[in-house]
Design a protein around this ligand. Structure first.
Ligand code: DAK
Length: 258
């Protein structure tokens, strides 16, 4: 597929998906969602981490495309919402770690995109918010729920009700982003985090992601059962043998993801 709205590149084992419509501050229209869906489906086994960012120097993603949304019917809105939900769920369900490099505006659907990633890092220039109520709607791609799970009800409501655009420092203070970096160091930092993860057992990282994701929505007893299962499954892997043998032999582990 020839992409018009995204860039999809590889840097070793790291894939980089750039939403690239700088003229519209990388707003997400249906075509962009379809391209993202295609890109995520095309990921091969040699890709071990994914970084998502925005093209140009101003914006991560400034939301769903308001021009496209402005005239759609309720039925089309349901379709559009389903498409966004599908793409963000695909992102969330990837077994590899995903990192949002928030390089500028992350508003509405843009913040929802970042929330679909495992780790969020932001540039000092980033501005984050959910301004949907200023448009007479609410987030439609899972943002109300992911934001609440990440920040708790009160902070999520504050952001949703006020539509405030918060800066990166405030976003870090409330736990929305993990670290704030100078703009020109953001990608370097995200790649360094990915590289650190790549040294670890890929099956173990995937299990850690799975049990956190699925466990977070369950009670502690059920969630701990998930952990036990994940733990046990890894003892059937070559990586577990290799990781522990390497420790005992005082050498670095050579994980094969098997
Ligand atoms: N959609 C379409 N175009 C956008 C856009 C957006 N979200 N954001 C910016 N643009 C376009 C602008 O229209 C402008 O285009 P031209 O006029 O040059 O043709 C160009 O990008 C540059 O923007 P500005 O000239 O406005 O640039 P500024 O630096 O002055 O301002 C800004 C930057 C990010 C503060 C401003 O552009 C802005 O406020 N943008 C809108 C931010 C926003 O409200 N985002 C949330 C969108 S709502 C649902 C599904 C999804 C959703 C809800 C329901 N269902 C189906 C139920 C989600 C909704 C959203 O994400």
């Amino acid at each position: 597929m020839d992409y018009q709205n995204i860039k999809f590149e590889k840097d070793g084992a790291i894939a980089i998906l750039t939403v690239d419509r700088p003229k519209a501050l990388n707003a997400l229209n249906s075509a962009t969602f379809h391209e993202m869906d295609h890109a995520l489906r095309s990921l091969k086994e040699d890709t071990r981490a994914l970084i998502v960012t925005g093209g140009g120097d101003k914006s991560f993603v400034a939301g769903a495309d308001i021009a496209e949304m402005s005239t759609i019917s309720a039925a089309q809105a349901r379709e559009f919402s389903a498409l966004g939900h599908h793409v963000f769920a695909s992102l969330e369900n990837l077994s590899i770690p995903t990192i949002a490099a928030v390089n500028g505006f992350a508003l509405g659907g843009g913040l929802e995109l970042a929330l679909g990633c495992d780790l969020i890092y932001a540039s000092e220039k980033a501005k984050l918010g959910v301004p949907e109520v200023t448009l007479g709607v609410i987030p439609g791609f899972g943002g109300t729920q992911r934001l609440t799970r990440l920040l708790g009800r009160a902070r999520a409501k504050e952001m949703l009700f006020t539509a405030d655009r918060i800066d990166a420092a405030k976003a870090k203070e409330i736990g929305l982003v993990l670290e704030v970096l100078p703009a020109d160091k953001l990608m370097e930092h995200c790649k360094a985090v990915a590289a650190k993860i790549l040294k670890n057992g890929p099956l173990a990282v995937a299990q850690a992601k799975r049990v956190v994701e699925y466990g977070a929505d369950q009670d502690l007893r059920a969630a701990n059962e998930l952990e036990r299962q994940g733990f046990a499954v890894l003892f059937g892997s070559e990586d577990q043998r290799e990781g522990m043998a390497a420790f005992l032999a005082k050498r670095p582990a050579n994980f094969q993801g098997k």
